[in-house]
Design a protein around this ligand. Structure first.
Ligand code: MN
Length: 245
């Protein structure tokens, strides 16, 4: 099995290194990741300048672009083979509910999925990399599951509590929950006295009921959500057709 690995925290991130170390024991891997932290970059492509690829001493390739750029470049000309799986992460911080729309971690996996390759995004729930070794072991477990019952390509979003491996709960299939609106922007002044704005933190969980990713994580389990990309609102489409008739 050949696996393309990327992330959004950048090619120096401990989560990427742990994931690559873990997966290299079960598969042939190639790492193509952003040259800096591009968290929150979603599915953006860089179209206003060219991209360059460099190779780090540890063999990782890094790109002056977004996570989506990395996977896109890898799959459309950089690599001389089509990977069997695209894996992203391990992200520093959870990607649950609405987070998945903003996440560069999920986006890197999504880019693989859009090219017809099964893809999995991995995130640790808390910042700080506590018990990263356990999360990497979980990632290997999940990659080795193969998911023969799933339609291919599949796109899976995995969130892992920061706990020792033996303290982790089971792996649970979930749907995305939903957050409240984001917290207010943080207004401050730069050293020149000009008003500046920092984007605030995401909102708290609103729909965190049984069956959601939030609920699985709250009970100490590992959450796996199958994602799709079609944004069409089918019920609204029918209403719209009536409204336009
Ligand atoms: Mn990130």
């Amino acid at each position: 099995m050949r696996i393309l690995i990327s992330n959004d925290d950048g090619y120096l991130a401990p989560g990427l290194i742990a994931l690559a170390d873990g997966l290299s024991s079960i598969a042939e891997i190639v790492v193509v990741a952003p040259d800096s932290n591009r968290s929150g970059s979603s599915n953006s492509l860089t179209l206003d300048r060219p991209l360059s690829v460099a190779r780090a001493a540890n063999g990782f390739y890094f790109v002056n672009g977004t996570p989506t750029d990395c996977v896109h470049v890898a799959l459309t000309g950089m690599l001389d083979f089509k990977p069997d799986l695209v894996v992203s992460g391990i992200n520093q911080g959870q990607n649950m509910g609405d987070d998945t729309l903003y996440s560069g971690t999920v986006a890197a996996a999504t880019e693989g999925f859009l090219f017809g390759i099964p893809a999995i995004a991995f995130s640790q729930v808390e910042h700080g990399w506590a018990h990263l070794d356990a999360a990497a072991k979980v990632a290997c477990d999940i990659v080795q599951r193969r998911f023969d019952a799933l339609q291919k390509p599949y796109l899976l979003n995995v969130n892992i509590p920061n706990k020792p491996y033996e303290d982790l709960g089971t792996i649970v299939a979930t749907r995305l929950g939903k957050r409240h609106e984001s917290e207010a922007v943080i207004k401050t002044r730069d050293p020149h006295g000009r008003e500046i704005f920092w984007i605030g933190p995401p909102g708290a969980a609103k729909d965190a009921g049984e069956g959601t990713d939030f609920h699985a994580i709250a009970t100490g389990c590992i959450s796996v959500t199958p994602l799709q990309i079609d944004l069409t609102h089918a019920a609204q489409l029918d209403a719209l057709k009536k409204g336009l008739a």
